[in-house]
Design a protein around this ligand. Sequence first.
Ligand SMILES: Cc1ncc(COP(=O)(O)O)c(C=O)c1O
Length: 405
Amino acid sequence: MEADIPFALPFMGPEEEEAVIRVLRSGWLTTGREALALEEAFAAEAAGEAPAAALAVNSATSGLHLALEACGLGPGDLALVPSYTFTSTAEVVRYLGADPVFVDLAPGSFLMDPAALETTLERLNQGLPAYPPRPGERGQGFGPRGRPRAALPVHLGGLVCDMGALGEIARRYGLKLIEDAAHAFPLAGGLSGDAAVFSFYATKTLCTGEGGMVLCRDPELAARIRVMRSHGIDRSIWNRYTDKSASWYYEVVEPGFKYNLPDILAAIGRVQLGRAASLLRMREDIAERYNGAFRGNRHLELPPTAPGNAWHLYPLRLRLETLKIDRNGFIEALKARGIGVSVHFIPLHTMPYYKQRYGLEAGDFPETLGSYRREVSLPIWPGMSGAQLDRVIDAVLATVRESRK
Ligand SMILES: Cc1ncc(COP(=O)(O)O)c(C=O)c1O
């Protein structure tokens, strides 16, 4: 049965339609005045206490790549990432010829464990391979060795990592801290790492279909990202267009990338940014309804409570020991009732590429694996009606009732 309540749906109104038509009629479709206006507004909205530069890009993946490139990551370097994330967080490390080193979740949480990060950094600083020997094994362990240069904590589902603890560790070990904030707009507390990278993908809390934004305070980092997102050309196409004196002339200073955000999408982003407070309120209301319906149910574990959750996801965890079915069976039962759901995330260390390249086994990150096995993400999108919410809640509770031990 196809889900009649989808897992995610963008919230698009006549204002977004008008913004697109305005750009289509303007004669300028690529990166220009809309992208600049979005950057300015986004920086004012998202940076937090101190000013920061916002750089619009065509995806969070591009933004993460650019941020790490600007930090100088290269072959022989290591970047510490959670295994519990989307592949973008680790693949960008490989783009640069460096290696990702996986870090487990903090017990019971969805977020990178500062203690596990520090243990791994200690091993690497002693010249040991990233991962310790498994129980019963001898020797120094396994996995990549090299220079730890960056960490990429992921604010999963809009839950913000312990940036105080991570920032302190990053300072002590000389790491760049790049926040994967793909799920986390609005970012509670604002930017606290060297850069934060947001996604405007079709399901995200600020949605333009595809797109993203990098926030950073260091002007040198911002300057490098600005040049590299646009082929390594020293002047943006918009500056060339608006500068009457030498519009045809440019210099290529690096072999850069084509990662700019077109104005058609930036215009949608400006409308969505203006809606940010009401979009968040709608997500909070849905989360509140789910929490109210599931709290106290001994078969279900609510998402952690944290101030400033952007509620990109509602990650419910099943208490499998109380149920006759596993998480996949639970999903099938919801699907049979017409409810679209998802799983966040299939751990990267279990994916063929990472597993084979680094010799990893599923049990190497027990918190990550444990969370994956019992997680199911419920629909949470602005515009869900009360009746749709009731349907999801009823489906979850009915599935629990019929499959409890
Ligand atoms: C945690 C995380 N990081 C990065 C990305 C990449 O975002 P984009 O699709 O904008 O490249 C995603 C996408 O879903 C994500 O979930």
